[in-house]
Write a protein that binds this ligand. Structure first.
Ligand SMILES: [Zn+2]
Length: 525
């Protein structure tokens, strides 16, 4: 890290703005006084090892102006490192000499991360201008991430966003070396993924007859029909788009709570039989899937079968949060299930349900992630816990030998306010400033060092009750997600002031790919 500090001091003197614009900052970076001139039509070499997944300097057309050349002669030359025990698949070396740009990596993932660093060294608007003739500073960068799980989440249920937006969201993530997109696809307020066996999920469940407006306490609603969903082809397209950017998409199919949109389509899956309406307002609803109903279990397995065919991710998120037990307490089917399974209360019934679904998913080679409520009533044997009500859920999971992902409301919820300025748009509440996000430490005090390996990483969560437009979502996400990317890639404990100085270049890059951001956060309060 000392080296990083030296670079930060030298760069302004030497006039190479490029190095002071890297977010997340590389772990190790040394620079020399020389430079490489980026000319038009420079040549490129990629070794056969990386040919199957074509060398991913292609993003944003980076490769288009290249011509293939031999390893020694090419302006940009990629080397495949021999795989050694303990190698990190995302590791890369980026060396720029006056004659050549060299990338070395164990895998094409590493090549891609290097390419993103290189892209950040080009002029901020290069993606648009394709300019040439500028100088790149000569550097030796050696880099790999601190955390293996670096996620950004998006709720497309409270408000729906088109495929073009999702792709732009993924682009901005890729630039910041995120590797997981957690896609929240089902909710009380809308079911957003086509399921061929149950067409009513989207015919009925994807649409609501009005939406809550303004602050929550106002209880104000409009009566406009609102909704939308992704076809399976669109989902496939997004999963592939993310894959090309070395981002895994983890779908979230909520169960047993937050299921009103599904119940509106198929009321027989509930305890009472309905009828139900897709929720117009925000919050938590009493009507949930009936845990005593075998046809409900069959329904969810059918849904998940189609989901598994679309998402190759190892993890499937099954929600598990905020499930009131009100209906289960009075439902003869649920009570009967508790009796036959020997469960002492409704929390154990929820745990039984989650374990049942986990077993089914494990048998198909997948693992579940659930919100930290899945700890209540006993954790499913192989579950990974996403800790959102503080960090305690992750701590408890780690103590039980389970993996966990940190998403505590403070500071990982990007739907909370980011500034105390009175002109800020309405938000759900809370206050997570850019600096609070930057100072976040995924290893909380409650995690003993011997348990740290259970903490896979962290994620920024983006619930969209109060975000109706694409630009509003992006305003809430950036640059806070840039701060989190550095915590997760470079590691926590960086200096906020030097991060803040690198931010304007990052913001210019986001602007170039059409992403909105909160512009005032880079300045001192
Ligand atoms: Zn029931």
């Amino acid at each position: 890290m000392k080296k990083g500090l030296i670079v930060a001091l030298l760069v302004p003197l030497l006039g190479f703005a490029q190095l002071s614009s890297l977010i997340p900052a590389p772990k190790n970076m040394e620079r020399t006084r020389k430079s490489f001139v980026w000319e038009k039509g420079i040549s490129f070499y990629c070794p056969p090892e990386f040919k199957n997944t074509p060398c991913k300097l292609t993003l944003w057309g980076l490769v288009h102006q290249y011509k293939e050349d031999s390893a020694n002669k090419a302006d940009i030359s990629v080397t495949a490192l021999p795989k050694t025990p303990g190698y990190h698949s995302e590791y890369y070396k980026l060396s720029i000499t006056p004659k050549q740009i060299r990338i070395a990596a164990y895998s094409d993932t590493g090549v891609f991360r290097a390419a993103m660093t290189l892209l950040q060294m080009l002029p901020a608007d290069w993606i648009q201008t394709r300019q040439s003739g500028f100088k790149l500073p000569c550097v030796n960068i050696e880099d790999q991430p601190e955390f293996s799980y670096r996620g950004l989440h998006l709720d497309v249920c409270r408000h729906f966003f088109p495929v073009s937006f999702i792709k732009r969201y993924i682009d901005a993530m890729a630039m910041h070396k995120y590797n997981v997109f957690h896609w929240h696809l089902t909710e009380d307020q809308g079911w957003r993924i086509e399921i061929k066996k149950y067409p009513k999920l989207t015919e009925v469940g994807a649409w609501r007859n009005g939406s809550q407006k303004g602050r929550y306490a106002e209880h104000r609603f409009d009566s406009l029909r609102y909704g939308g969903f992704y076809t399976q082809n669109e989902v496939k397209g997004i999963v592939e788009y993310a894959r090309q950017r070395y981002i895994t998409v983890i779908p979230e199919i909520e169960m047993p709570g937050h299921s009103l949109a599904a119940l509106a389509a198929y009321p027989q899956l509930s305890c009472t039989g309905g009828p139900f309406e897709v929720a117009k307002g925000w919050g938590v609803f009493d009507d949930v899937y009936c845990a005593g109903n075998d046809s409900m279990l069959a329904f969810l397995k059918d849904v998940l079968s189609e989901v598994l065919a679309l998402f190759p991710s190892k993890y499937i998120h099954i929600g598990g949060d905020e499930c009131p037990k009100t209906r289960w307490e009075k439902c003869p089917k649920c009570q009967n299930r508790m009796k036959t399974e020997g469960l002492k209360d409704e929390h154990e019934l929820q745990s039984w349900f989650v374990q049942h679904m986990e077993k089914w998913l494990n048998a198909r080679g997948r693992s579940i992630i659930g919100w930290d409520e899945i700890l209540e009533g006993g954790l499913a044997p192989n579950a990974t816990v996403m800790s959102w009500r503080g960090t305690e859920g992750a701590e408890a999971a780690a103590r039980q030998g389970h993996k966990a992902i940190m998403t505590p409301g403070n500071p990982c919820y990007f739907d909370h306010c980011q500034s105390k300025d009175s002109t800020e748009p309405i938000a759900i509440g809370g206050y997570n400033s850019l600096e609070m996000v930057y100072q976040f430490r995924p290893f909380s005090k409650g995690i003993d060092s011997s348990l740290q390996h259970f903490i896979l990483g962290a994620q920024g969560n983006v619930w969209t009750e109060y975000m109706e437009t694409e630009s509003h979502v992006e305003y809430m996400v950036w640059p806070r997600a840039a701060a989190l990317s550095e915590v997760l890639w470079t590691g926590p404990g960086g200096d906020f002031e030097t991060f803040r100085k690198r931010l304007p270049a990052d913001i210019r890059r986001l602007k170039t790919i059409g992403v909105n951001y909160a512009p005032h956060l880079g300045s001192k309060p």
